[in-house]
Ligand binder design. Sequence first.
Ligand SMILES: Cc1ncc(COP(=O)(O)O)c(C=O)c1O
Ligand SMILES: [Zn+2]
Length: 430
Amino acid sequence: MAISAPVRPGGAGHPSGNDGGTRILGLACRECGAKYPTSPVHVCDRCFGPLEVQYDYDLIAERVSRESIARGPDNIWRYRDLLPLDGEGDVDWRVGWTPLVRATRLGKALGLSNLWIKNDAVNPTYSFKDRVVAVAAAKAREFGFDTFACASTGNLASAVAAAGVRLGLRTYVFLPADTEPEKFVNAQVYGANVIAVNGTYDDVNRLCSELADQKGWAFCNINVRPYYSEGSKTLAFEVAEQLGWEVPDHVVVPIASGAQLVKITKGFGELAQIGLTSGKLPRVSGAQASGCNPVANAYSRGWDAIKPVRRPDTIAKSLAIGNPADGYYVLKIVRETGGAIDEATDAEITHGVRLLAETEGIFAETAAGVTIAVLKKLAASGIVKRDERVVAYVTGNGLKTPQAVIPLLGQAPVIAPNLDAFDAYLTGQA
Ligand SMILES: Cc1ncc(COP(=O)(O)O)c(C=O)c1O
Ligand SMILES: [Zn+2]
């Protein structure tokens, strides 16, 4: 175990009752099953497999009902019993409970009759990363850390920076130097220590792994990764609850490290296990950019192992992880559930961003352009079926990556401030 830190006792009560964490059984290795106590570790000592939080689902099933969840706050903490905290999260911070939008116009454009968009572009720092960070930050506090850090492709940085402010944690965020300027601003504004690293995300991640060993800080996606990644389960919980506790037929999820796709799948599984849904599980499909496609490539070639992409080159920078930690598990889930993985070129990504904006009034970042472009392909090939209830996850805001669409839009006309000038403009348009 790299770091040992004091564990703080549980916090105040919750609508469904606070057990001080007895429902959390500890960590277990996803590969060999070795058990570990709840602590800031993420890799199995024996086999180097990833560690995952284990829960007592019988206890949770006894305690949690659709009604108890409905009495909870309008944010991810309504699902607190399925999250790995002993105490409470930051319940005043409105992370999650984002809109599930019926996408009739986009559906029509894609030939889908029952399409929904989970719009996670409207979280506090404008991406789904606020979910995972809310859990990781609270857990870092429970472990007694005073410094909270991350390796980021862009969105995680701002989520960590903002959560640090709220929980009184010092923050260090590390990003590839070529990350979009908007994402630097979005992190720096909160007063975080923002460090640009000359290298790819995988280089940044390697550096952060060394720092995590040396500095005794909580690194979101390294030593507290098992807790952090659990936050993405709420993307499944909310969708099911918003559909009246029904499970979609098919979900389409963007892939960087793959953690989000794995945890969305786990979330639907947990709902079935504790009897909140019928037991049905969705088909799960994944989306990558052609300029960083390690998982899509392995999928299309029928490989079980991932061949890393050394030099990602895509406008979907937030998805540019060349060596995805959860790639192997993503392949397994997608194959087992009968989904597929496809990829989108830069041109297709910008078209996807534009299509979503023009049909549904949702301006999303390039990662969502990847999702929409891949959804379009999967619909055209019949993998996503016309009448299936499909949920596409839109995970980041368009104001984070405006440069991607600016070339498509052209200049707005400039006119003099009078009616004649406007009429002349209209005539010119006709
Ligand atoms: C907007 C957005 N969507 C999706 C992802 C993919 O997340 P994961 O690394 O869990 O696959 C990221 C990762 O940074 C992201 O920023
Ligand atoms: Zn192991």
